[in-house]
Design a protein around this ligand. Structure first.
Ligand code: OVM
Length: 406
């Protein structure tokens, strides 16, 4: 079999346009909307010449491929590499990178630990931390929305909520960068993130051990509820690793992207200030419009067909969530940030059995911060130019100079 970047190199299927674009390039990140529009126009699927695989970006097919876990599996990895053909860089996640029935069994422990009931007990804590941070930043006035705010808030509240004793901001952010960049081809972004390597991995693995978990946090729940599964003594630690993998960079990106939306659309921020019942939807709309997790792959488990396109077994399909979330067939004026829009059905947190298991926690964090902003800040003004940060799977900012006024 012909392998390419760790997956089966497929030929161009009939009636599918072959395209030279590199979806993992910095150019695409800097101008995602041009890429999304072109991707959708070329058909239900395109063939990526550079990677010898498929990509989809229309809402319909992206949702179909993403949610059909039987035909399009996750167990072969949700990046460009096929775990059936090549050994992954870390032991596969017991939730992200497995299929039912194992997935169903493992995920239940996380669902329980992160239940709405448990998360609602954290709301006051999140809001107090958000108020304190925003009040501090209002003194500074000119801030970097990323290094002063987006990176600070989750790395402060998440470790405490989860009950992590031995972890620092740099390790958490460094590991997130490894996990998400690892999903792409072996380009410079992946190489740079992986170069952080061993020291980060050692700290993360240590942090997953029961002795380093606080008795009060959410991670302890995982250890408690998995205690009967004696045959799998690594289970709890691996599930805690999933929290560390998926819980930080995602919310950091989401908060940065939300700030970008609010700074770029001052009239929308005023709408939310005048009607605070819009706070939740302002957050959802920023998720829809900016889709912090840009894209995940699926792998076809057998020969199949979607929307008239033949898909052979072992085909990697890049599902571009940001493109589905801006498909004009589904969203009116899709590139407009509109806090009054009906946002239900966006795919920023996935869809199907693998949809984000931490979404209640993520929403609680982001909404607490958004509430503090609307209550305490009068105007958010853009400062110098925003700088985007290249990443193979995330759409996030490196720097966002803004001015906060009371
Ligand atoms: C994991 C995980 C889960 C969701 C996202 C993610 C790629 C990782 O279980 O390790 O980021």
């Amino acid at each position: 079999m012909n392998l390419f970047q760790g997956h089966k190199a497929i030929a161009v299927p009939q009636n599918v346009i072959a395209w030279d674009i590199d979806p993992y390039s910095k150019e695409v990140l800097l101008n995602p909307e041009t890429f999304f529009s072109a991707l959708r126009e070329k058909g239900p699927f395109v063939y990526l010449n550079k990677y010898k695989m498929l990509a989809c970006g229309r809402y319909k097919e992206t949702k179909e491929v993403f949610s059909d876990h039987k035909r399009f599996v996750s167990s072969r990895g949700v990046g460009i590499q096929d775990f059936k053909l090549e050994k992954p860089w870390r032991p596969p996640s017991l939730v992200l990178e497995v299929d039912p029935p194992e997935h169903t069994k493992n995920r239940r422990f996380l669902t329980r630990a992160l239940s709405p009931n448990k998360i609602s007990q954290l709301k006051d804590f999140f809001k107090d931390c958000a108020d304190k941070l925003i009040s501090e930043l209002l003194e500074k006035k000119k801030i970097d929305g990323i290094s002063d705010l987006a990176e600070i808030f989750p790395t402060r509240v998440f470790p405490e909520a989860v009950g992590l004793k031995k972890i620092d901001k740099e390790t958490l952010l460094g590991y997130g960068a490894m996990v998400f960049n690892a999903l792409g081809p072996d380009n410079q972004f992946r190489k740079d993130a992986m170069a952080k390597g061993l020291p980060v991995l050692e700290k993360i693995n240590k942090q997953c051990l029961e002795e380093n978990i606080d008795t009060k946090g959410l991670a302890k729940e995982i250890y408690r509820s998995t205690a009967e599964n004696l045959e799998e003594d690594q289970l709890a630690g691996m599930l805690v690793r999933s929290l560390l993998s998926a819980g930080i960079d995602t919310t950091v990106s989401a908060i940065g992207n939300l700030l970008w939306c609010l700074a770029e659309n001052p009239e929308q921020f005023q709408l939310v200030k005048n009607d605070t019942s819009l706070v939740g939807n302002a957050v959802e709309e920023s998720l829809r419009l900016t889709s912090p997790v840009k894209a995940f792959c699926r792998t076809s488990a057998a020969d199949t067909e979607v929307s008239g396109v033949t898909i052979e077994e072992g085909t990697k399909i890049l599902c571009v969530l940001g493109s589905a979330n801006t498909d004009p067939e589904v969203w009116e004026t899709p590139y407009k940030y509109d806090v009054t829009r009906r946002t239900i059905g966006h795919l920023a947190l996935g869809v199907g059995v693998h949809n984000c298991v931490g979404q209640t926690l993520a929403r609680a964090e982001i909404t607490a911060l958004a509430s503090s902003l609307t209550e305490l800040v009068k105007v958010i003004k853009p400062g110098d130019k925003a700088i985007w940060k290249p990443n193979n799977a995330m759409r996030s900012l490196e720097s966002l100079p803004i001015i906060l006024e009371t």
